[in-house]
Design a protein around this ligand. Sequence first.
Ligand SMILES: NC(=O)c1ccc[n+]([C@@H]2O[C@H](COP(=O)([O-])OP(=O)(O)OC[C@H]3O[C@@H](n4cnc5c(N)ncnc54)[C@H](OP(=O)(O)O)[C@@H]3O)[C@@H](O)[C@H]2O)c1
Length: 332
Amino acid sequence: MMNNIITLDSRPVGKPQLSNFKFITEPMPQAGENEVLLKTLYVSVDPYLRGRMSDSKSYIPSFQLHEPIESGIIAEVMESNHKQFSRGDFVSGGLKWKEYQTSDGTGLSKVDAKAAPLSTYLGALGMTGLTAYMGLTEIGKPKAGETIVVSGAAGAVGSIVGQIGKILGCRVVGIAGTDEKTALLKSRFGFDEAINYKTTKSMKDAIKEACPDGVDIYFDNVGGEISDAVMLNVNRFARVAVCGAISLYNTTEVQKGLRLDTILVTKSVLMRGFIVSEFAAKAPEAIKQLTGWLKDEKLNYSETVVEGFKNIPEAFLDLFEGKNEGKMVVKI
Ligand SMILES: NC(=O)c1ccc[n+]([C@@H]2O[C@H](COP(=O)([O-])OP(=O)(O)OC[C@H]3O[C@@H](n4cnc5c(N)ncnc54)[C@H](OP(=O)(O)O)[C@@H]3O)[C@@H](O)[C@H]2O)c1
């Protein structure tokens, strides 16, 4: 039996293509001394992987050409020569896009399949849930009665941000790219208002109308023109948590937009980018809180589950087309 692997075959210019990925095989690996053999069960595809496919210097190393891609993965321990893991354990970690792989346990943590569905450890109870919690509470610092605007609102991070905002007593307005998504934001996730940025003529006016008291917190997942429109509606002492800029990830030229200087100064706005790992020390507390809200049914999540190892690259590309609702995961 051969093992399937997906490598980075070429670096994308602009939008990534299927041709940037390559499927290869290798003989099945076996667990060595102090190692486990892992079988991949769920693969997380995430917008930040686009950055790792390029060779520009960033907070996380680039993928090497002709080497396997890596992302968050949930795997089952098939064999164990490692004292901390037993056959049948489920683990989460940054692992390679391989159907089977060995690990010395570095960066692996056990997950409890009885406490929550395994895929949630990649989403609501994983990296994207943590990102939502940390960005909103540490930078947004919401107070009851304030207004939060979330872009990329129907995605993995955005859908959790909005719900935490509601739990904390805020008015929450979401921005997303289809009518199905804006309906979902209100019906399933409890957002007060939702705006479809693809069919709205003036985002600036639509945000003004949806936020009669102005915007106190902007949780930005997308950047670009959507953010320009939100920034024209911020209140004095607003906080802007810059989580991501997916609208700009595939651009090949430096983009120009609204000059923010006057708004930031005259309105005393705090605008702060962040990477979720900055808040690693607070992660256990955050996961405990998110788990509690899920159990109490205060927090909902949705997932778009694509099936099959061979469909991982396409699921990743689909993030840039908005084909996911909630967390995009691939079930192997
Ligand atoms: N700072 C951190 O530590 C951290 C951690 C995780 C994620 N992030 C960032 O947070 C953002 C959301 O990540 P996620 O994992 O939750 O992804 P996601 O929102 O589940 O998926 C991406 C979504 O982005 C939207 N989108 C795609 N192209 C767009 C464009 N040109 N303009 C506006 N929206 C566009 C699509 O929704 P529509 O249909 O609504 O367009 C798509 O569904 C990303 O920017 C990501 O890089 C940051």
